[in-house]
Design a protein around this ligand. Structure first.
Ligand code: P5A
Length: 448
């Protein structure tokens, strides 16, 4: 992509309405634009990141055996009357009346819709287990939307819903999703910590939140140091082979969200030198709630002995749009964002220091072509701008590698490479430098 033809309206000043750094940087880097309170348009750069997050989430859901569907954003109130949640959900639900005076709503979650799909289409235990997911916009009329896409009113969620015949099988499905979540966040370069959680309006008695650590996180978390050193098995190993005990091995027992403070127990049970207190952002939340919805909505299958059985259900959410903010929160410096390769909007920024100079333009065009043919995603700053402005834009938008090309280097057959993380700069012979960047990018595309 040539920057001169792109749409990247970066802001020089920090917008006053943005309280936290990810919101400030996402606005300044022209990733998002607010449209109404808690409702955002995704500009080209932000959309590329959102799609990459979505793709990683999708790949790991598919790998874990979930099947993608797409449910509507607008739902019928009658479904929620069946489950009993229509009145109970309260003011966070955006209620809509259509032209025929029918009560509709903008879905805050989809347990009811998916249970109705299941009820009307699955008849036999032989069709179980099933795990259906979608990546769809949700709406929750948060009283105080803030922190940009981290607590929006309209937000993108991956939500999966599982149906199993027995409690044991439902628990195994839950563990599979638990494992898939660990991999999903690790692939984005994030350290996630599962914490035992409250179930709130979704219901049930088994639930984990997945928290990623960042200084500005909303919740305070307490964890055993060991949890920080754990590495997620790679996709090549049989990650789903033996999941027994995975929840105990990976979970911090000392969750402290704004509601529950378990600091006292933490201090009693964990030796001082092994205690870590941090702040975190909830990027995923999984639930096992048994027959709460299947029972209320009359979803049944015929069991092996001919008797009708009410399936055991769970639901599994990932905050896809929240992750864009969480990633910036977890990885930035005073100059801007620092994207890990797997979620970077472009992998390499090519900076022409003297646009209009024939030799420099030719060298850049040649490098652009070679990077493109190697399958690297390049943003080429070909604008007629001063070098200083180009550098600060590149640092702000945070592409993992910058290739810097000026007339002097061209004359010497050299290019400069800057790694955005750490800021190391290196001058290398053109061909060698090019190969080094291509190899580095390729090596970091799959982190686990
Ligand atoms: C699980 C999937 C549910 O809704 N039903 C379907 C269950 N869970 S949840 O915890 O309420 O939400 C799942 C994840 O969505 C993100 N999220 C938000 N992101 C941005 N803005 C919001 N206002 C918002 N609310 C929830 C979180 O990442 C949460 O873990």
């Amino acid at each position: 992509m040539h920057l001169s033809r792109y749409f990247l309206p970066v802001l020089r000043d920090t917008p006053k309405e943005a309280e936290i750094v990810s919101h400030q940087l996402m606005l300044r880097a022209a990733m998002i634009k607010q449209s109404a309170a808690g409702i955002y348009s995704w500009l080209p750069l932000g959309l590329r990141v959102l799609k990459k997050i979505e793709d990683i989430v999708r790949e790991e859901q598919n790998r874990a055996g979930a099947i993608e569907i797409l449910m509507p954003t607008i739902q019928s109130a009658d479904l929620w009357r069946e489950s009993g949640r229509y009145e109970a959900y309260g003011k966070e639900m955006l209620r809509i009346v259509d032209r025929h005076e029918r009560d509709m709503l903008f879905g805050p979650t989809a347990e009811e819709v998916v249970t109705a799909i299941f009820r009307d289409s699955v008849r036999s235990y032989k069709d179980l287990p099933k795990n259906l997911y979608n990546i769809q916009w949700k709406f929750r009329d948060e009283i105080r939307p803030r922190f940009g896409v981290m607590r929006g009113r309209e937000f993108l969620m991956k939500d999966a819903y599982s149906f199993d015949l027995t409690k044991e099988e439902a628990r195994a499905t839950y563990q599979r999703m638990f494992a898939a979540y660990l991999r999903t966040f690790a692939r984005m370069g994030l350290k996630s910590v599962p914490m035992k959680a409250e179930t709130g309006p979704i219901g049930g008695d088994l639930s984990h939140e997945f928290i990623i650590l960042a200084e500005t996180g909303e919740s305070e978390v307490f964890l055993h140091k060991d949890l920080l050193n754990k590495t997620v098995p790679s996709a090549d190993t049989d990650f789903f082979g033996d999941l027994s005990g995975i929840m105990d091995r990976w979970t911090s027992q000392y969750a402290a969200t704004d509601e529950i403070h378990d600091a006292a127990r933490f201090e009693k049970e964990v030796p001082e030198d092994l205690r870590v207190t941090a702040r975190g952002i909830e990027v995923g939340h999984i639930f096992y709630f048994g027959t709460k919805y299947s029972e209320a909505m009359g979803a049944k299958v015929q069991g092996p002995d001919g008797q009708m059985v009410t399936p055991e259900m769970g639901s599994y959410g990932v905050g896809v749009s929240r992750l864009a903010g969480a990633l910036v929160e977890a990885s930035h410096d005073e100059n801007g964002i620092i994207w890990p390769v797997p979620v970077a909007p472009f992998e390499v920024g090519l900076v022409n220091l003297r646009s209009g100079d024939a030799a420099t333009d030719t060298a850049c065009a040649d490098l652009y072509e070679k990077l493109q043919s190697a399958g690297i995603e390049v943003l080429y700053d070909d604008r007629d701008e001063r070098a200083g402005g180009k550098f600060s834009t590149m640092d702000l938008i945070g592409l993992p590698y910058q290739l810097i090309i000026g007339p002097k280097g061209v004359k010497n057959g050299e290019i400069e490479i800057k790694a955005r993380a750490g800021g190391d700069r290196e001058t290398l012979a053109t061909e060698a430098g090019l190969n080094q960047v291509i190899t580095a990018v390729q090596a970091q595309r799959v982190l686990v």
